[in-house]
Design a binder for this molecule. Structure first.
Ligand code: R1P
Ligand code: URA
Length: 292
């Protein structure tokens, strides 16, 4: 008999829906778009031919519908990898745990999860309004160290090079690195820049921004920009990608993260029309996701 998951561990609400996302299993599609901003859910689903489910609980807004025959769910995660822990575990529970028996299903489902986010560039030649596909997520947040997971030897080599080239203050982070799902990444090449995305536990000091609070690691930007191993380099940073790639690895889902560059930290520029650039990323990426 498979182990029953207790009510305190997998929390279902009065609708029988998973606690934070307020979704029932039949309300979720097998292909999922995540966005940080709850208002961006509507910006994605307005391109659907039909929307059949709309749910909202806290910052987690979900719309499920169709582009042609393809069923898709778009869900907002809010900001940060603490929210990614919630969203990825609940998406996984919706497909891989039987809510009636509270046991893990025999046949596991592998979801396709594509993040459409915004990000800051760490290279002069990654301009504002361009689109970056994250070849890897490099986490300076603290989510993945709480899970058991395996790295490939290529990932280990990149992480070792990162430790050598970027010496963070002891105790500030336990960097981890996970690659994108290769099959998905291969579909997003034309018009996308590929690079390593660093995921930070904040927007200000953890991304080298000093307004009034002094930085413990003032050389962070310079060191991230200079990082290199063979053809690999760091293109950008934001606040969710590594958590998504990491939990995709832990739970067995195919994940990809795409970002519109809204700030270039090297040229110190900010996009003049971020909404238009994000709209272009959504349209361009949905053309591929809708035909997946
Ligand atoms: C910070 O402004 C937020 O924007 C980026 C960061 O990852 C962080 O969530 O992504 P989203 O625009 O998808 O939220
Ligand atoms: N999102 C981030 O996390 N950082 C930026 O610089 C821009 C968007």
């Amino acid at each position: 008999m498979d182990k029953r998951i207790a009510e305190s561990e997998l929390i279902l609400n009065s609708r029988g829906a998973v606690y934070h996302l307020d979704l029932q299993p039949e309300e979720l599609a097998g292909t999922i778009v995540t966005v940080g901003d709850p208002d961006r859910v509507q910006e994605v689903s307005k391109h659907f031919d039909k929307v059949e489910v709309k749910r909202q609980h806290r910052e987690f807004v979900s719309h499920t519908g169709y582009i042609g025959q393809k069923r898709l769910t778009v869900v907002s995660t809010g900001i940060g990898t603490d929210n990614i822990d919630i969203v990825l575990n609940e998406l996984d529970a919706l497909v891989n745990i039987d809510f009636a028996t509270r046991t893990v299903k025999q046949d596991l489902t592998r979801l396709k999860i594509v993040r459409l986010g915004t990000s800051g560039a760490l290279q002069g030649n990654v301009p504002v309004d361009s689109f970056v596909v994250s070849s890897h997520g490099l986490g300076l947040d603290n989510l993945l160290p709480w899970y058991e997971f395996d790295n490939t030897t290529d990932e280990e080599a990149l992480l070792e090079a990162f430790h050598e080239q970027v010496q963070l203050r002891p105790g500030s982070a336990s960097p981890y690195l996970i690659s994108a799902a290769p099959g998905l990444a291969a579909k997003f090449t034309d018009g996308y820049i590929s690079g390593i995305t660093v995921t930070c536990p904040g927007f200000y000091a953890p991304q080298g921004r000093a307004l009034r609070g002094p930085l413990s690691h003032p050389q962070l930007l310079e060191q991230l920009t200079a990082f290199k191993l063979g053809r690999f380099y760091i293109s950008n940073f934001e606040m969710e990608t590594a958590g998504i790639y990491g939990l995709g690895r832990v739970l067995g889902h195919d994940c990809l993260s795409i970002s519109t560059i809204v700030a270039n930290r090297i040229g110190q520029q900010f996009t003049k029309d971020g909404a238009a650039a994000v709209e272009r990323m959504i349209v361009k990426s949905l053309e591929i996701i809708g035909n997946e």
